[in-house]
Write a protein that binds this ligand. Structure first.
Ligand code: ADP
Ligand code: MN
Ligand code: MN
Ligand code: MN
Length: 454
């Protein structure tokens, strides 16, 4: 008898507590002692780096459409500081001194470092990276930085994105965030991926999403995504669950308080702070229905940046979890008969947010009702297969086969929040996307169905 079956890193794991063993897929190694690795790095973290260099972590979605990869490089390039970070710069005297020094050095390096770096000469124009307009002021100066960042490449045959004999795959910088791990001027760079012939790779849903957003910018589509996830111990059992059994039934854990209700609150708090520091607009966080299940909300973010923000938030969470020696799973249903994990996507347009916007909301719901299965196909990375386990009609979900909508109804596909119904304006909540969805694909589908009438 299986107590539960889980898919982590493509491995199928037999979850019998007395004898957990991996049935297929790669064997996971335990992360090193979290405290030790923290101390080890701590000894070297304060070594000063060359004043004209920063470290950039290029982050991308691999061939699974679900997992992230990253690699680091040194750039002789100093990002412009976001406008509202002046206060921080002034308080951090050391940083201020360094950036002054950098400003003097910048001219010298400007020529050397114009993009693209690793790009075939005749394709340079393909990678003219445009500044994106974002709502929040403090992002603008970061977006200006984008055009200074080089295109890079990686071995796509090791990430499920290319064949071995033609493996060079391109990374195109799309959004910059401050690096909460290295801090200072160091940056995280969200990239999308292109094949040797400059076609987007199969798992690159960002290109289409950007296209959709470009066509409906004037409608100002906003997205707020509620990312649910579950923490696992290094033995792949939910973190903090009693050895050899289950915790008491779900009920006291949602928004719980107390050591017997929630686990790893410190990790969650660290994630919240790191995201805000990085420039990811976290709206809030809460403990979820299953012990060791949590949620954070990103947004509202405008258009394609919702996807950038959520992927970077996921990256930061995985990185922090490495330090804590736990594993984050976005699998939508790791434990049978307990609540699964979703990525409820809250969506509005300018018209929906104006007086009597409820009419626009109802129009959008009507359109969504006609293409239910089309959306289900892009709401998880396996064409709906993952959501089959989660959207059962139980555990605060609607059945995967039926479309439904309702005010304050958490058992429907689309929910109109109570306050939105009362105020007759606001947004709708699409409860169908799975926790491991690609937000570029989800927001793309919503823009195309509800705004572009495709
Ligand atoms: P729930 O009641 O479903 O748990 P949450 O409070 O967890 O809702 O999440 C609500 C999300 O909706 C947040 O991410 C928030 O940023 C987002 N949101 C709020 N207003 C809007 C809006 N007008 N358009 C899109 N998203 C919105
Ligand atoms: Mn929520
Ligand atoms: Mn939730
Ligand atoms: Mn919700």
């Amino acid at each position: 008898m299986y107590l539960f079956v889980s898919t982590i890193n493509e491995a199928v794991i037999d979850r019998r507590y007395d004898n957990p063993k991996i049935l297929s897929g790669p064997v996971l190694t335990n992360s090193p002692n979290a405290v030790l690795s923290k101390t080890l790095l701590g000894r070297y973290n304060d070594l000063s780096l060359p004043a004209d260099s920063i470290l950039a972590t290029y982050i991308w979605i691999d061939g699974s459409g679900e997992h992230l990869r990253c690699k680091d490089r040194t750039l002789k390039y100093i990002p412009k500081v976001p406008k509202d970070n002046f206060t921080r710069v002034i308080t951090e005297l050391n940083d201020k001194y360094i950036s002054k020094l950098n400003a003097n050095l910048k001219w010298k390096h400007a020529k050397e470092h114009s993009p693209p770096y690793f790009c075939p000469k005749d394709l340079e124009n393909v990678f003219t990276i445009r500044c994106k307009l974002r709502e929040r002021e403090n992002r603008n100066s970061f977006d200006e930085n984008l055009k200074d960042l080089p295109v890079w490449n990686f071995d796509g045959s090791s990430t499920g994105q290319a064949t071995g004999h033609n493996s060079d795959t391109f990374l195109v910088p799309r959004a910059i965030y401050k690096d909460p791990f290295r801090r200072g001027n160091h940056i995280l760079v969200m990239c999308d991926t292109f094949k040797y012939n400059m076609e987007p790779t199969e798992s690159n849903h960002r290109v289409k999403c950007q296209e959709a957003y470009d066509k409906c910018k004037d409608d100002e589509p906003w997205f707020g995504i509620e990312q649910e996830y579950i923490l696992l111990d290094s033995d792949l059992r939910p973190f903090g669950w009693p050895p050899g059994g289950f915790p008491p039934p779900q009920g006291p854990y949602y928004c719980g308080v107390g050591a017997n209700k929630v686990f790893a609150r410190d990790l969650v708090e660290a994630h919240y702070r790191c995201c805000l520091f990085a420039g990811v607009p976290i709206a809030g966080t809460n403990a979820e229905v299953m012990p060791s299940q949590w949620e954070f909300q990103v947004g509202p973010s405008v258009g394609v940046s919702a996807g950038d923000d959520l992927w970077i938030a996921r990256y930061i969470l995985h990185r922090l979890a490495e330090e804590y020696g736990v594993i984050v799973t976005f699998d939508p249903k790791p434990v049978q008969d307990w609540n699964g994990s979703g990525a409820h996507t809250n969506f509005s347009t300018k018209k929906m947010r104006e007086e009597n916007g409820i009419i626009e909301i109802e129009k959008a719901i009507d359109k969504l009702s006609k293409v239910h299965m089309k959306h289900i196909k892009v709401y998880d990375p396996r064409g709906g297969k993952d959501n089959e386990r989660r959207l059962t009609g139980l555990h605060e979900t609607a059945s995967i086969n039926d479309f439904s909508a309702g005010v304050a109804n958490r058992g429907s596909s689309i929910r109109i929040p109570r306050l939105v119904a009362e105020e007759k304006k606001g947004y709708l909540e699409d409860r169908r996307p799975a926790s491991n969805c690609d937000p570029y694909a989800v927001t793309d589908a919503l823009m195309r169905t509800c705004i572009l009438n495709e």
